[in-house]
Structure formats: structure tokens, C-alpha cells
Design a protein around this ligand. Structure first.
Ligand SMILES: *[C@@H]1O[C@H](CO)[C@@H](O)[C@H](O)[C@H]1NC(C)=O
Ligand SMILES: *[C@@H]1O[C@H](CO)[C@@H](O)[C@H](O)[C@H]1NC(C)=O
Ligand SMILES: *[C@@H]1O[C@H](CO)[C@@H](O)[C@H](O)[C@H]1NC(C)=O
Ligand SMILES: *[C@@H]1O[C@H](CO)[C@@H](O)[C@H](O)[C@H]1NC(C)=O
Ligand SMILES: *[C@@H]1O[C@H](CO)[C@@H](O)[C@H](O)[C@H]1NC(C)=O
Ligand SMILES: *[C@@H]1O[C@H](CO)[C@@H](O)[C@H](O)[C@H]1NC(C)=O
Length: 529
């Protein structure tokens, strides 16, 4: 027997279906642009005039964006999983350190934001550098397409601009060095353009564009190879500074920087900026295509980098991996629906916050997936400039495990000392005892970096960044022992945190209020620092 609905019931029924469908259809798209080794401290946003206008000025610029590990693979693994290094297990850039290892693929990689988005019927698209060891034979080869991605175009290995292999949905695509068809930043842009052409406003997508710029080998596009020819690397406060009170690796730097280093630094700086001009073009292309296909008004665009960079700071010619601001601070700009334009925000945002933020943007804020992550969504901060979340974090953890692969990298005086990354004038940029954990505190009363090294000296570095923004003077030996104890306690706690305990504001919040008052008194009146 047929069930007959009254016309009214039928109308209501249709309306309910229509509204539900409409809500589902209106889930926003997300475009995530991730650059490689792009600092803020050395001014790397300056060449990106179009990106700043189209994303930053049209949305929010976050002034205090940090990575929780200043090295590509650990940081990228944090971005993908929303977890600190001690929870996702990728400690360095090697397979043995879980960079794209089989163990990582079987555990953390099953829980990236992409896997959750795909489950919710987002169309997911990836193009560019993934994890440093991706696509290598020992990492499953190009046939390994990480779960969560519908369309996959992953670079095999580390950033390069020419002569590379891509895994295109599990099949290798080999590229040479013809600018018109092979320059990787442009290839990513063109594939993004082609993908956008096939999207329509009622089916949400997530697109991640991960550029080789501005990582080594810093190869500019031909039309930009002469740009910025009168620009030099910035002589920041710690440029060519000898950190005699710092950990072993910094103390072994050559000082003053030699001529070869200085020349290298200036030329590298120019080439980094030149490679970013192609990223600027990519951003413009993506934004105009979003507009052309009527997708712009319902698309979040998030722009950031995996870690910072130094060029001559602390007399270290060229690298990341240090605890200082130049290596842990990165740009962050966000625009999109319900984002109030023209905001500049001060809250601490971390690389581990990106995954939970993407999920909340997609309407998946609740449930096991985000609570098991260590970061927290910053979506609520995008809406308006007056909104202040009083429970927002005031500190976070930075973790780095030193690498020591290139023992014979050409540093005769340091042979057998387990160092790595020997750069111009033979200054080494990493060593196995460049292994540290830090708490970075940034609040109204406190602007501190506290670090403990796992080296033979049990070295400690502390900086009061309000007084010493360039981290020249290590105050570990002069600061009040009470503060050292409090910082050590907090460090131990964060080093083993997981999920809620990494976000916790309750007990530590109390602790920090008291601590804030105490440090203000100590710092202010007795001038102990
Ligand atoms: C690599 O990841 C696996 C699985 O998470 C973990 O058991 C192992 O300890 C990790 N290795 C390192 C070197 O952290
Ligand atoms: C690309 O590889 C070819 C063949 O090995 C080589 O001649 C060329 O110099 C390489 N190009 C770049 C930009 O490295
Ligand atoms: C570089 O050259 C441009 C154009 O000639 C000029 O506007 C700019 O001031 C110069 N910058 C420096 C640092 O000399
Ligand atoms: C700002 O955003 C917050 C969080 O989304 C909201 O609670 C608050 O009402 C908003 N204020 C204004 C003025 O829109
Ligand atoms: C990376 O970490 C693993 C595990 O701790 C270690 O065995 C390996 O030597 C490290 N790689 C480098 C280059 O230091
Ligand atoms: C760091 O490692 C090097 C190389 O093994 C060693 O010579 C040096 O004593 C170590 N320094 C500290 C402080 O552990």
C-alpha cells in the first residue's frame, strides 16, 4: 500500500532535505600553501607583495606564528598530524628517524588531516614537496600514495626546482630542466589551476600546494634571475655575532664571518627572494582562478612555512635547526569566508594548530580526531579583531634532535665530532648534541625562551626577549633559581604532553599567572636581568 503524504508534509519534507543538502554543500573549500624554509625574521615576506595583498591584507596576518620544531620533516609531520614531534615520532629528516618511514606510514600517516577530510567527502588535492624521504625506495617508492589524498602529485625526496621525479597518483613522472615545462613551483601552480577548473561551488575541496621555494638549491625562474640585484642579506641584531655564552655548536662557529661566507650569504638571500617571486605568482594565479570559478567567497586560503632560516645570525652562515627566533618563527596569513579583513593578531599560533583548524573549518571541530591532536583550532580568532580568547596559550614546546650524518662533509678540524651540514668556510650547522627542548613563553608579563640541551654539558640557555630581542645574552647563570625551577617543571610537563595536556590551560594557567607576577617583580624592581 502506498503511503500518501499530505501536500504540507511533503513540502516540509522537501524543505528539510533541501536545507540539509544546502548546508552540506556550503562547507567551505580550503587552499593551504606551504613554503619551504621561509623565515619572517629576515624579511622573506617582502618580495611577496601580491600574496600579502591577496591573503594577508584581505584577511589576518598572525605576528606570532611558530613551528614546534625548526626542521623540515619533523615540522611537516607536525603540520600533517597536529601533533608535537614526541607524539608523531618523526624526529629528523632520515627514514631511520621516522621521516616517511614504514612505521610512520602505518601510524601517524593514517591520522593526517587529509584522512579525516577525505572521509567527510572533501576532494583532496596535493602537489609539491611532502616529506623529505617521500618516494624513496626504502619509503615505499613512488607507488606509495599517502592515505587521504584523492589527487596526488608528490615530489620524490627533498626540494629541488629542476630534474626531479613526481609521483602522480602513484606513477612516476620525470622532469628535466626546461623552464617552460619543468620549473617545479610553476608546475604546482599549473596543476592547481587545472584542478580548480573542475571544481564547482557545491562540492568542497582541500588543496595543499607545497612549494620547493625558498629552500636550497635556491634556483630562480629565468625571468627573476636578476631581480633584487642590489639587495643584501639583512644585518639583523645577531648577524655576525659570536655567541660565546651559547651551546657548543654555536661556539664553534667561525667569527667574524669570512668573505666567502658573506658573499655566499648575500647571494643566497637574493636567490631565496627570487624563488619567492614565483610563489607570489602562484598565489596570484590561484586567487584569480578561485575568483573566476566563483569559488573565492567560500574558500579559506592559508599561507605559511615549515620552518624559518638564518643567514649569518650568530655567525652561522646558512641553515635552520636552531632554537632562536629566526629559525622558529614563520609567516602565517589567512583569508576566507567570515574572516575580518585587515587584522593583525598577536596570539601564539603553532604548526600543530593547522590540522585542527582545517578540520574545524570543514565543520569537524568535535570528536576524537581533534582531541587526540596536540594543537588547537584558531578558527575563532579569524572572525573579528575584538575577540580575545582569554584561555589562549601563553607558551609552547620546541623540540629538535640534532643530526650527524655528514661526518666527512669536509670539516677537517671537526672530523670525528659527529657534525653535519658543513657550509661555506666550513662552519657546521648541526651535531648530535645540538639536541634540545625549549619552552617559549609569550604573554603580557613574560617574553622568555628557556632551553635545555641533551649534550655533555647539560647546557641551558635562557633569553629575556623583552630586553634582548636578538637573543644575544644567555641569562641562564644570572636568572633567579626559582624561575629556572619553574621553567624546568613546565618543560618536563610539555615534553611528555599529549592532546589535552598540551593544550591545558587550567593548572598551568594558574601557575603562569603566579609566575607572571613573580617574574614581573623580579625583572622590574631588582633588575636581575
Ligand atoms: C618511529 O615510529 C615508531 C612508531 O610510532 C616508534 O615506535 C619509534 O620509536 C619511532 N622511532 C624513533 C626513532 O622515534
Ligand atoms: C639537469 O640534469 C641534466 C642531465 O644530468 C644536467 O645536464 C643539467 O645541468 C641539470 N640541470 C639542473 C638545473 O640541475
Ligand atoms: C635598489 O634599486 C632600486 C631600483 O633602482 C631602488 O629603488 C632601491 O632603492 C635600491 N635598493 C637598495 C637597497 O639600494
Ligand atoms: C567575535 O568572535 C567571537 C568568536 O567567534 C564571538 O563570540 C563574538 O561575538 C564576535 N564579536 C563580534 C563583535 O562580532
Ligand atoms: C635520525 O634519527 C635516528 C633515530 O634516532 C638515528 O638513528 C639517525 O642516525 C638520525 N639521522 C641523522 C642523520 O642523524
Ligand atoms: C658536542 O659534540 C662534539 C662532537 O662529538 C664534542 O666534541 C663536544 O664535546 C660535544 N659538546 C658538548 C657540550 O656536549
Amino acid at each position: 500500500m502506498a503511503v500518501l503524504l499530505s501536500p504540507i508534509t511533503f513540502l516540509i519534507f522537501c524543505l528539510v532535505i533541501y536545507t540539509a543538502a544546502k548546508q552540506l554543500n556550503q562547507r567551505p573549500n580550503i587552499v593551504f600553501i606551504l613554503t619551504d624554509d621561509q623565515d619572517v625574521e629576515l624579511g622573506s615576506m617582502k618580495p611577496m607583495v601580491k600574496a600579502k595583498k591577496l591573503i594577508g591584507d584581505a584577511g589576518v596576518i598572525f605576528k606570532n606564528m611558530f613551528v614546534t620544531s625548526p626542521l623540515c620533516c619533523p615540522s611537516r609531520s607536525s603540520i600533517l598530524t597536529g601533533s608535537y614531534v614526541h607524539n608523531h615520532g618523526a624526529v629528523n629528516n632520515s627514514i631511520s628517524g621516522n621521516c616517511s618511514s614504514a612505521a610512520w606510514q602505518a601510524s601517524s600517516e593514517m591520522r593526517t588531516f587529509a584522512t579525516y577530510l577525505k572521509k567527510q567527502h572533501y576532494r583532496t588535492f596535493f602537489a609539491g614537496k611532502y616529506l623529505n624521504q617521500y618516494g624513496k625506495k626504502e619509503a615505499g617508492g613512488v607507488g606509495h600514495v599517502p592515505p587521504g589524498w584523492n589527487t596526488w602529485m608528490g615530489l620524490v625526496g627533498n626540494s629541488v626546482y629542476y630534474n626531479y621525479t613526481l609521483s602522480v597518483d602513484g606513477k612516476s613522472e620525470i622532469h628535466g630542466d626546461n623552464y617552460n615545462v619543468d620549473y617545479l613551483t610553476d608546475v604546482i601552480a599549473r596543476r592547481a589551476e587545472a584542478f580548480l577548473k573542475h571544481q564547482h561551488p557545491h562540492k568542497p575541496f582541500f588543496m595543499m600546494l607545497s612549494t620547493p621555494a625558498c629552500h636550497a638549491p635556491f634556483t630562480p625562474a629565468p625571468q627573476y634571475s636578476k631581480s633584487f640585484s642590489n639587495v643584501s642579506a639583512p644585518r639583523t641584531g645577531s648577524f655576525n655575532y659570536f655567541g660565546k655564552d651559547k651551546h657548543w655548536l654555536v661556539r664553534q662557529a667561525k667569527h667574524p664571518l669570512g668573505d666567502t661566507s658573506l658573499k655566499y650569504i648575500d647571494s643566497t638571500h637574493r636567490n631565496r627572494w627570487r624563488t619567492l617571486l614565483s610563489v607570489d605568482d602562484l598565489v596570484e594565479l590561484v586567487m584569480t582562478r578561485l575568483d573566476k570559478h566563483s569559488l573565492l567567497s567560500n574558500t579559506y586560503v592559508v599561507f605559511t612555512s615549515d620552518n624559518g632560516f638564518h643567514l649569518g645570525q650568530m655567525s652561522l652562515p646558512n641553515d635552520k635547526r636552531q632554537l632562536y627566533e629566526f629559525d622558529v618563527r614563520v609567516p602565517l596569513m589567512v583569508t576566507g569566508p567570515r574572516v575580518t579583513p585587515g587584522q593583525v593578531r598577536e596570539e601564539i599560533i603553532l604548526n600543530i594548530d593547522l590540522a585542527p583548524t582545517f578540520l574545524e573549518m570543514a565543520g569537524l571541530s568535535v570528536g576524537a580526531m581533534t582531541t587526540s591532536m596536540d594543537g588547537r583550532s584558531f578558527l575563532s580568532l579569524l572572525g573579528n579583531s575584538t575577540w580575545v580568547d582569554r584561555e589562549w596559550r601563553e607558551d609552547f614546546l620546541v623540540e629538535h634532535k640534532g643530526e650527524y650524518k655528514d661526518i666527512n662533509a669536509g670539516c677537517p678540524q671537526l672530523d670525528h665530532q659527529q657534525v653535519a651540514n658543513c657550509f661555506p668556510d666550513c662552519v657546521c650547522e648541526d651535531s648530535f648534541n645540538n639536541t634540545y627542548t625549549c619552552v617559549r613563553t609569550l604573554s603580557k608579563t613574560c617574553n622568555l625562551m628557556y632551553c635545555e640541551f641533551a649534550d655533555h654539558e647539560g647546557f641551558v640557555e635562557v633569553y629575556d626577549l623583552n630586553k634582548d630581542p636578538h637573543q644575544l645574552k644567555n641569562i641562564a647563570k644570572t636568572i633567579s633559581p626559582q624561575i629556572l625551577v619553574a621553567m624546568n617543571k613546565r618543560l618536563v610537563k610539555l615534553s611528555v604532553c599529549s592532546g589535552d595536556t598540551c593544550r591545558a590551560t587550567a593548572e598551568p594557567w594558574q601557575h603562569w599567572v603566579t609566575f607572571g607576577v613573580r617574574t614581573e617583580r623580579l625583572y622590574g624592581r631588582t633588575g636581575m636581568l
